[in-house]
Design a protein around this ligand. Structure first.
Ligand code: ZN
Length: 412
């Protein structure tokens, strides 16, 4: 069996997806590991349903003897009225750096939620000195599974799947619009389930108080290089968290299909990252305000992305095959709208739809979730120590491979 970091691949499969009552992973501060704790035998044997996530979150909150975690419901999903939780560590009113992490805006992209749950568990429970350093020096809000409706399991021909969209119809009358007003362009049938819904990750607007009204009728249906309309309760829940926290850094976790690293490096990507999703020239004007990327936040975005890239390259890391996600110009994504509100951003696009029977299989899923966990954890630690602010942002432009040949379509 291939070995790395002195830990067998079998152990790697048993990553720190923490179940209450199970063995808790102590996060490791050293990027060159070992990251794996022997005996953590928890694998993705099936999809995590929304109720299961909520139960785990409530159980972690109950066991919070240090009084670190504040668990809050910030909204409810469109169709099934599932609660949408945010786990808060630290105060929004602080001079410390503030981070907002969000996962599973696309229902079928579960790996980030597993990594986030692990992070919530360890930030709540661990007495590791680096965890305490994070808690003392960084405020962190974590919103796992923004799109619980989409994460419901559907029976499809080849078995079970989740869908990418939420489950919601276009209801123009709700906004005072004529019944024949066209739906936002990102509303339609889900490719997997055939159900109607929105791509929630196009429903954001840099004007955080935007509310669709008859005055905006001529903006519909809109298009990708323009903002969305906050017609989904999921996007509004995320927006409310953003407004409350006003984070310095927003991280959004997704999955994509496989790529090779670059023209010269044909290893399969384990991860694609990105620190900019709106063109510097794209000025979104609405209600007398111009929204544009700020140099300062773009610089921090490049530092954070570079930090994660560097951390995951260290030692004999199995996670070294990383490149930049293709350039995009998408102000209607969460990342896009938030970056137009002066937040630095980081996009995670890990390989494959990480579920049983998906592109990566269980073994790959475990490794890739662990990769996300390490990247997220080390980002918090790098902000806590200040190390991230010492990184030359040019590293992002000059050292991280880009323009990797596509094997499948991008999936932001
Ligand atoms: Zn996605």
């Amino acid at each position: 069996m291939k070995r790395f970091l002195g830990v067998s691949l079998a152990a790697t499969m048993a990553l720190s997806v923490v179940l209450p009552g199970g063995a808790a992973a102590e996060p490791q501060s050293k990027p060159n590991g070992p990251w794996i704790q022997p005996g953590q035998q928890v694998m993705l044997e099936r999809f995590m349903e929304p109720d299961e996530l909520h139960e785990k979150l409530e159980q972690i909150a109950e066991r919070d003897r240090h009084d670190r975690l504040e668990l809050e419901v910030v909204g409810h999903s469109a169709e099934y009225d599932y609660p949408i939780y945010v786990a808060k560590f630290g105060d929004a009113d602080t001079d410390n750096p503030k981070v907002f992490l969000q996962t599973q805006i696309h229902g079928d992209e579960q790996g980030g939620t597993e990594a986030a749950l692990s992070l919530i568990h360890n930030l709540t429970m661990s007495n590791n000195k680096d965890v305490r350093k994070i808690l003392d020096n960084v405020t962190v809000y974590i919103l796992p599974m923004l799109n619980p409706d989409g994460s419901e399991t559907f029976e499809v021909e080849q078995g079970q799947s989740k869908q990418r969209r939420n489950l919601q119809e276009w209801t123009p009358e709700e906004w005072g619009l004529d019944a024949d007003t066209p739906a936002p362009w990102y509303h339609g049938e889900d490719a997997v389930s055939g159900e109607l819904g929105y791509d929630v990750n196009r429903d954001f607007h840099p004007d955080l108080s935007f509310e669709l009204s008859p005055e905006d009728a001529d903006l519909l249906p809109g298009l990708g290089t323009e903002p969305g309309f906050y017609v989904t309760p999921e996007a509004r829940a995320s927006r409310d968290v953003f407004e409350e926290l006003q984070p310095d850094l927003f991280i959004d976790h997704h999955h994509r299909y496989s790529n090779t690293v670059s023209e010269d490096d044909d290893r399969l990507n384990t991860l694609q990252i990105l620190g900019q999703v709106v063109d510097e020239d794209n000025v979104v004007s609405y209600d007398g305000v111009d929204y544009q990327l700020s140099e300062e936040s773009l610089e921090l975005s490049k530092q954070v992305n570079s930090h994660v890239y560097q951390v995951l390259q260290k030692g004999n890391s199995p996670f070294g095959a990383i490149s930049l996600f293709p350039e995009v110009d998408l102000p209607g994504t969460a990342l896009g709208s938030y970056s137009l509100n002066d937040a630095a951003i980081m996009l995670y696009e890990t390989r494959g739809q990480q579920h049983p029977g998906g592109h990566t299989g269980q073994k790959g899923s475990g490794m890739l979730i662990q990769q996300s966990y390490i990247g997220l954890y080390e980002t918090l630690l790098g902000l806590a120590t200040g190390e991230i602010y010492d990184i030359d942002p040019e590293f992002y432009d000059t050292e991280i491979p880009r323009n990797s040949p596509r094997i499948g379509p991008p999936n932001l």
